[in-house]
Design a protein around this ligand. Structure first.
Ligand code: RIB
Length: 303
């Protein structure tokens, strides 16, 4: 590992997570009662930005907020951990993105995203912001909760500047080849990878497009690290999970921080597993992410 502070850009979504805690997730047609309800700051983009900043990275977030009260909560959550927010755009006639989340006592969840202002992140938005923050980054983190043309444009800007692009293809959709050619590291979960394969993108094809590694996350079953020459398994960390929301986002961010700090690939995945596992022991998305000190207290440091 080097002493260098990683500089990470995130282009993506911000959501208010309207989270109800329930004993068991409802069946279709069933009405159930929740035993707790909290509005947390969330959204895959903002989550990854906050998680990376809490682990010591210098982070710039690009995204769109509405003009309602949730926008203040989301901005504040980023700023509290030092994320640069001057490239967030306010869409005056739109609500901020939101997510309806049910978390059952077993820690499993169901999420429905209401895009709101995230849907207004058109490629034009990238014309109005400081894209040099993308060009100067050590890595660009992308997900799929804003329009695909804008995700693709951000990837193109980073690729042209030689900045590694890390794509978390969630929620998964059909991905154009020209876009994937600008991606370096893919971090899908098992279901997302299966969907990409059903859409005609087996691992070999993804590697021929220029993707260098695929980190396939499988929750409690660990992570498969696929490179062109090998597939290796990294065990998950066993914890008493109470809420898994945002664990995938912590994994992506922690991996990016470790990898950009010069950590070896498998050690970076082990570090990301530790951070993701920690996240599941607390409630909410951004509110549950560990900082470096909290990880150090349980003996986890950047390798
Ligand atoms: O990955 C978890 C996130 O997915 C939540 O914070 C929610 O907002 C959705 O974007």
């Amino acid at each position: 590992m080097t002493d260098k502070i990683p500089n990470i850009a995130v282009v993506g979504s911000l959501n208010a997570d309207l989270t109800a805690y329930v004993e068991t997730l409802p069946q279709p047609g069933q009405t159930i009662m929740s035993h707790d309800f909290v509005v947390y700051p969330g959204g895959k983009g903002a989550n990854q930005a906050v998680a990376a900043a809490k682990l010591g990275a210098k982070v710039t977030m690009f995204g769109c907020l509405g003009s309602d009260s949730y926008s203040g909560m989301l901005r504040e959550s980023l700023e509290n951990v030092g994320v640069l927010t001057s490239n967030l755009v306010t869409i005056e006639d739109s609500p901020t993105g939101a997510a309806i989340i049910l978390v059952e006592d077993s820690s499993e969840n169901e999420i429905v995203v209401i895009p709101g202002a995230n849907a207004r992140f058109s490629p034009d938005v990238l014309e109005k912001v400081h894209i040099e923050k993308i060009e100067q980054a050590d890595a660009l983190l992308l997900q799929l909760e804003i329009p695909l043309e804008s995700v693709a444009k951000a990837a193109q800007i980073a690729h042209k500047a030689g900045v590694p692009v890390i794509l978390n293809p969630a929620p998964v959709c059909e991905l154009p080849i020209e876009f994937l050619q600008h991606v370096d590291i893919l971090v899908p979960n098992q279901t997302e990878l299966k969907k990409l394969q059903e859409n005609g993108l087996p691992l070999e094809k993804l590697f021929t497009l220029g993707i260098k590694m695929i980190l396939e996350t499988r929750g409690a079953s660990g992570v498969w690290v696929h490179t062109q020459d090998a597939s290796r398994h990294v065990e998950a960390v066993k914890v008493n999970a109470i809420d898994t929301v945002g664990a995938g986002d912590t994994f992506v961010a922690a991996f990016a921080v470790a990898y950009c700090s010069g950590t070896d690939l498998l050690d970076a995945v082990r570090f990301a597993n530790q951070a993701a596992a920690f996240t599941t022991t607390r409630k909410g998305a951004q509110s549950s992410f560990p900082n470096s000190e909290e990880l150090a207290e349980i003996g986890v440091n950047l390798p």
